[in-house]
Design a protein around this ligand. Structure first.
Ligand code: CO8
Length: 259
């Protein structure tokens, strides 16, 4: 497996686990982290794995973009950094497998945005979320304004981004930022178990679900419904559809091949 300076990767069953690994700075995200995340996602996409769990070492998921690296950035450098960050968010949205953020501690600023770029978030009861950028005189630059509004609604996103307030795991669950809360020691296992469960479904169907939901949410309803119909129909040209339905009728587990 590829070696990284700021990340660690491990495989559990059909799931690639990517661990942000700069615990001394609460996994703050600098340009190297962004580059390595892009490479780790690319590597997961070609690994034959069918799920990706993103988590952080130590007491944080990620406490944001690295403030010491950003402090002296010029406008052009800030734009390039934001563009690279957005490219990683787009990769997470497009990789044809589930991506789950397992948030064990602070997910602030770019860290919260990275979690939001995953398909959904599981969190430990100790997790904390927020977009505190206004306290530094900036705004979220890694997709936070848009993904947060789509996840929790416009007014809640406005409140979080305008106050910079940090919320606890219970509140994050309540507003729909988080799908499930776990005890700290059980978090990673729970995220991997869900990713593994998804990995065992028809992989082409899972990929289509992801594509239709991610793209459809930004379309007018009629267009998005058309996207669903076409994706539903296209799956009838696959061996997995034939196998899945035949296995049901023969009362046995399916053997999906991704074809
Ligand atoms: N950047 C750099 N270093 C950090 C960061 C960070 N975001 N967060 C924490 N650290 C460092 C601290 O400086 C400290 O280092 P040292 O030991 O050398 O002093 C170490 O991590 C431990 O942190 P603390 O001692 O502060 O730990 P506490 O438990 O007391 O506090 C907090 C934890 C509350 C999380 C606190 O560290 C904090 O407020 N951190 C900053 C949070 C923040 O403002 N995040 C937003 C950053 S801006 C951003 O993310 C913009 C995204 C834009 C685009 C990204 C494109 C990719």
């Amino acid at each position: 497996m590829t070696e990284f300076a700021t990340l660690r990767c491990e495989d559990r069953g059909d799931v690639r686990v990517v661990i942000l690994d700069r615990p001394k700075v609460l996994n703050a995200i600098d340009a190297t982290v962004v580059d390595e995340l892009a490479r780790a996602i690319e590597s997961a996409a070609t690994s034959g794995k069918r799920g990706l769990v993103l988590t952080g070492a130590g007491k944080a998921f990620a406490a944001g973009a690295d403030i010491s690296a950003m402090a002296e950035m010029t406008r052009d450098e800030a734009l390039a950094f934001a563009e690279k960050g957005h490219a990683v968010g787009d990769m997470l949205a497009r990789i044809p497998m589930c991506t789950i953020a397992a948030v064990g501690g602070f997910a602030l600023g770019g860290g919260c945005e990275l979690a939001l770029a995953c398909d959904f978030v599981y969190a430990s009861t100790r997790a904390k979320f927020g977009q505190p950028e206004v306290k530094l005189g900036v705004i979220p630059g890694f997709g936070g304004t848009q993904r947060l509004a789509r996840r929790v609604g416009l007014a809640r996103a406005l409140e979080l981004c305008m106050t910079g307030e940090i919320i606890d795991a219970e509140e994050a669950l309540r507003i729909g930022l988080v799908n499930r809360l776990c005890e700290p020691d059980a978090l990673l296992d729970a995220a991997v178990a869900t990713a593994q469960k998804i990995a065992e479904q028809g992989p082409l169907a899972v990929a289509r679900v992801k594509d239709v939901l991610h793209r459809g949410i930004d379309m007018p309803l009629a267009e998005a419904n058309r996207l669903e119909q076409e994706a539903f129909a296209a799956l009838f040209d696959t061996a997995d559809q034939k196998e899945g339905m035949k296995a049901f009728l023969e009362k046995r587990p399916p053997n999906f091949t991704g074809k």
